[in-house]
Design a protein around this ligand. Structure first.
Ligand code: SF4
Length: 62
């Protein structure tokens, strides 16, 4: 599974980092995805972060 943040849409609210710090981190006030793929143990939190993003700019590829 992969997660992608649309940097043009991200408002830098940090909600995804709080929900799933294993996958998301802040870089220059924008959320970025750590690594190439989402670790299996973090998939559920990652999906939750995508669902909760206020501007829906996180997409998931299975
Ligand atoms: S929750 Fe969405 S808008 Fe907020 S920092 Fe994460 S990707 Fe950006």
């Amino acid at each position: 599974m992969k997660a992608i943040v649309d940097a043009d849409e991200c408002t830098g609210c940090e909600l995804c980092v709080q929900t799933c710090p294993d996958v998301f981190e802040m870089e220059d006030d924008i959320a970025v995805v750590k690594g190439d793929s989402v670790p299996g143990a973090s998939e559920e939190d990652c999906r939750q972060a995508a669902e909760e993003c206020p501007v829906e700019c996180i997409s998931i590829e299975d």
